[in-house]
Design a protein around this ligand. Structure first.
Ligand code: ACM
Length: 536
């Protein structure tokens, strides 16, 4: 009998221990990991009787976000009441860093303090990540959860980098407005704040420009009966022998910008120039080509003659108008103008370019590229915008404004070298942050193979060096192989978890083993949202 009891208590201990162990090890499942987290005794329980109060309009987008999720998944409307349990308080004395927040959860009260919209938004996102994953559910399931338990804790949090970016290539394969919104929402959920939107390339011009309607009438279709190439892969929504079209109207662009803004995300449009411009060239050959140019060349992606003429005044008239319209659509202070991979052989047999070189005393192609970007920077300045370009432009000796920002994609080293020259730099190194690449080398895996594979652990292992000239980090989801949204999601997740933590969390707080545990819960949240992902 005594032996039995002993056995029984051993079993109870074992059961209790194995039940508690995962929660003991995992104090929270917030991604990206906050800078300071302290667990406290007890639990706050959110019910249909819970109210909020706020003393600042900065908290409004965060409150709307929380309200929408509760409405959808708990079936009730969180309302404002003086005697509330959730308090949104503007407190720039307590929260010193922009985008930072203080989240204090007690048994009977939740205090949220911040100094700006982003801070309040991120506090709410952290709060929701501490609730059951059901809170993120997207479909309207019948059973509504009535109570939401949130462990008491104190969080002081802020981002390591001001630039936490993710790029989506809508040119090589076109994504619907609703997919782009989902993409942006997932970014916000992980505290990423720069949506870099690659809107033009050889395979398609995807942004409506009122003054130049052919850009989308001609330049937004590829396949049979068009002048545009497929990349090495077929297009989304069909085989190579089918015509593919798609672009965003100005109304749709405004809608996406507003949607992003409500989630503390700025949208950075990219118009890729002077290479990667086949779609623009076939739409307006008279404006963008030297008619006597006999050059014949291919880009690294094997696209024939895809580079616009830097020596014709009509090029700059065209770009001035395009940039003017782009500037009014996107309120963000920067426009990305490409500058990558100008093909060997471009302009070699162009009399107009030869003439320009003579006039200006240029000896090399790089100097012509420099001239091109100097002129573009002047156009941007006229429209009150600053320039972002790929790293190639840093070598062009372009005379551009000091606050031009360079994206280093070939290696971290290239980025550090630019930062050392006091150039404002964003790190997007291919070996860590190109999410179009396969996770592991295998015929069964989707994704590109032109670089090395990028596993989630590889992304997580990126340790950017500290420098005041490094604005932040960004990952790129190029879309040649993104033949459907299933593949797009698979390639983005869970690598984007790792990106968010590289971008947000101080190096000393980051640990792969700890990240892996939170990643499991993160994937559960994505599942609720119907997002496809890779398990490991
Ligand atoms: C790039 O990957 N061409 C920026």
């Amino acid at each position: 009998m005594k032996k039995n009891r002993q056995k029984h208590s051993q079993l109870t201990f074992f059961l209790l221990f194995s039940l508690l162990l995962p929660t003991m090890l995992l104090s929270h499942s917030i991604i990206p990991k906050p800078q300071h987290f302290q667990a406290r005794q007890g639990t706050f329980t959110l019910t249909q009787q819970t109210n909020y109060t706020s003393n600042t309009s900065y908290a409004n987008p965060a409150i709307s976000y929380l309200k929408n999720h509760l409405k959808r998944n708990a079936g009730y409307t969180l309302t404002q009441n003086k005697k509330a349990e959730i308090l949104f308080v503007y407190n720039p004395k307590k929260v010193k860093k922009s985008e930072g927040y203080h989240l204090n959860i007690q048994k009977k009260k939740i205090l949220i303090e911040a100094r700006d919209k982003a801070g309040f938004f991120y506090a709410v996102v952290s709060l929701m990540q501490m609730m059951d994953a059901e809170i993120w559910r997207e479909n309207n399931k019948k059973s509504k959860q009535k109570k939401w338990h949130i462990p008491a804790c104190d969080i002081q949090d802020y981002p390591r980098y001001q630039w936490r970016g993710l790029m989506l290539d809508s040119s090589r394969n076109f994504f619907s407005v609703s997919y782009v919104k989902k993409f942006v929402d997932r970014m916000a959920q992980h505290k990423l704040n720069r949506f870099h939107w690659h809107l033009t390339d050889d395979e398609g011009w995807r942004i409506e420009i009122n003054h130049y309607p052919l850009l989308t009438k001609v330049g937004a279709s590829r396949g049979p009966g068009t002048k545009l190439p497929f990349s090495t892969y077929p297009a989304m929504r069909g085989p190579k022998n089918k015509r593919q079209s798609g672009y965003y109207s100005q109304k749709e662009i405004r809608e996406i910008v507003t949607y992003a803004k409500a989630r503390s995300i700025e949208v950075l449009p990219e118009i890729d120039l002077p290479g990667h411009a086949k779609a623009a060239i076939v739409s307006y050959p008279k404006l963008l080509q030297d008619p006597n140019d006999k050059s014949s060349y291919r880009s690294v992606q094997k696209v024939h003659n895809n580079t616009i003429n830097p020596a014709g005044e009509s090029t700059y008239v065209f770009l001035d108008t395009v940039i003017k319209e782009v500037s009014t659509l996107f309120p963000f202070g920067y426009i990305h103008l490409g500058g990558d991979e100008v093909p060997k052989g471009a302009w070699q047999k162009s009399p107009a370019v030869t003439n320009l070189m003579k006039r200006k005393g240029f000896k090399t192609k790089k100097e012509i590229e420099g001239y091109f970007f100097s002129r573009l920077d002047r156009i941007l300045s006229k429209h009150h915008k600053k320039m972002i370009v790929w790293q190639e432009v840093a070598k062009n000796r372009a005379s551009v404004r000091r606050d031009t920002t360079y994206m280093a994609w070939k290696s971290p080293k290239a980025g550090y070298a630019m930062a050392q020259q006091r150039k404002s730099t964003i790190l997007a190194p291919v070996h860590y942050l190109y999410f179009d690449q396969q996770y592991v080398r295998s015929k069964k895996e989707p994704g590109h193979t032109w670089s090395t594979p990028v596993s989630t652990q590889k992304t997580y292992s990126f340790k950017p060096k500290a420098s005041r000239y490094i604005k932040g980090v960004e990952a790129c989801l190029w879309s040649e192989t993104l033949l459907n949204t299933h593949i797009a999601d698979y390639l983005a997740w869970p690598r984007t978890f790792a990106l968010s933590e590289v971008a947000w969390t101080e190096q000393k707080q980051r640990k792969w083993s700890d990240f892996q545990k939170r990643k499991k819960v993160g994937l559960k949240r994505l599942k609720m949202q119907g997002i496809h992902y890779r398990g490991r």
